[in-house]
Design a protein around this ligand. Structure first.
Ligand code: NAD
Ligand code: UD1
Length: 336
């Protein structure tokens, strides 16, 4: 029996492959390389010392998926594959709905044909929208999303919940990630964004290494301790370990369950900049810029449900996140 990892060549997927292999699971990986490179999985094999089957396949390709399910006994799917750039999703909504929502429906249809009815899905804290106060709890209302990317996550959560109602054999664990940053402690795998990064941590590390001149801090007049936006940054290796726990939980508990994966602690933009400078001894020049449209002041998790159901808590702190990001950036200035 094996676990199929869609999008396993990407940032979170590659780290999760390592943790699954280390925990003794057999994996099969698929990716269409839209936002990743084969080198990432070569390094996963190097770090884990293990081999596993890989398929270059699109989740919208039902025939390709059928071949994978016919060749392997798949007991559960961890579904990372998807497009994730918020700004791009506003420009290309149809591409986002087709790839994320359409692709997930095709995948679920093929899973049902094959009798594999367990999915761990990469959702996002974005489903909580703009109006819930932090700490965010799974019982709070979702929706009110502000962009097509967020809407795809909200829609897929609904599809999985409806599927679990229609057939009690289905299991769906909806993992709502907060802000994943950091890299594997080896410095061999990490986040490799295309072009100029949109997210804070990759931007900081590219400023630190001199690829970008300075960071723009989007707003210093929020209602937070220093006026800059507060987020729940979580180390990608902790996040990956959460997936191991979630897929093991999915083997035993049918039904749909939404679970936050965050640390429960918020850091501001300037907290993160200062931690990065202090831990790594490198300057990160910045300027204060206007607020970014669609941003909220504060967003952090109540992570108690993950502790209760999965026996999972984040273990690495913000200094680990900054140190590991910098090691990856220095060792791989141009990514993979
Ligand atoms: P990523 O882009 O690094 O990884 C996604 C992988 O999926 C890539 O390797 C890409 O090539 C592949 N892919 C995309 N479309 C595909 C398709 N149609 N068929 C097959 N493969 C396809 O992104 P990530 O940061 O590792 O994110 C993984 C998942 O987690 C995504 O669904 C993302 O929306 C979600 N998520 C990410 C974050 C974050 O901050 N990184 C936060 C919340 C949720
Ligand atoms: C963003 C997305 C969210 C997605 C997540 C992970 C938006 C509105 N939200 O979350 O849907 O799930 O990424 O991909 O895009 N910041 C700066 N300067 C920068 C970049 C960011 O000051 O150059 C600030 C932001 O204003 C924010 C914080 O840093 O306060 C974190 O930003 P970011 O890393 O983009 O994550 P989110 O906005 O939380």
């Amino acid at each position: 029996m094996a676990i199929l990892i869609t999008g396993g060549c990407g940032y979170i997927g590659s780290h999760t492959c390592i943790e699954l292999l280390d925990a003794g699971h057999d994996i099969v990986v698929l990716d269409n390389y839209y936002n990743s490179k084969p080198e990432a999985l070569r390094r996963v094999k190097e770090l884990s010392g293990k081999e596993f089957p890989f398929y270059e396949c699109d989740i919208r390709d039902a025939e390709g998926l059928r071949k994978i399910f016919a060749a392997h006994s798949i007991e559960a799917v961890i579904h990372f594959a998807g497009l994730k750039a918020v700004g791009e999703s506003v420009q290309k909504p149809l591409e986002y709905f087709d790839n994320n929502v359409g692709g997930t429906i095709t995948l679920l249809e093929v899973m049902r044909e094959a009798g594999c009815k367990r999915m761990v899905f990469s959702s996002s804290a974005t489903v909580y929208g703009m109006n819930n106060p932090s700490p965010l709890k799974e019982t709070m209302p979702t929706g009110g999303v502000t962009n097509p990317y967020g809407r795809t996550k909200f829609m897929i959560e609904g599809i999985l919940e409806d599927l679990c109602v229609s057939d009690p054999e289905w299991t769906a664990v909806l993992l709502r990630y907060f802000n994943p940053i950091g890299a594997h402690a080896s410095g061999r795998i990490g986040e490799d964004p295309n072009g100029i990064p949109n997210n804070l941590m990759p931007y900081i590390s590219q400023v630190a290494i001199g690829k970008l001149q300075k960071l723009s801090v989007f707003g210093n007049d929020y209602d937070t301790h220093d006026g800059t936006g507060v987020r729940d940054y979580i180390h990608v290796v902790d996040l990956a370990k959460g997936h191991v726990k979630a897929v093991e939980y999915a083997m035993k508990h049918p039904g749909a369950e939404a679970i936050n994966l965050g640390t429960g602690t918020g850091y501001s933009v300037l907290d993160l900049v200062n931690a990065f400078q202090n831990v790594n001894g490198v300057p990160v020049p910045y300027v204060i810029a206007p607020r970014r449209a669609g941003d909220i002041a504060t967003c952090y998790a109540d992570p108690s449900k993950a502790k209760e159901l999965l026996n999972w808590t984040a273990e690495l702190d913000v200094n680990d996140m900054c140190r590991d990001t910098w090691r990856w950036q220095k060792q791989n200035p141009n990514g993979f």
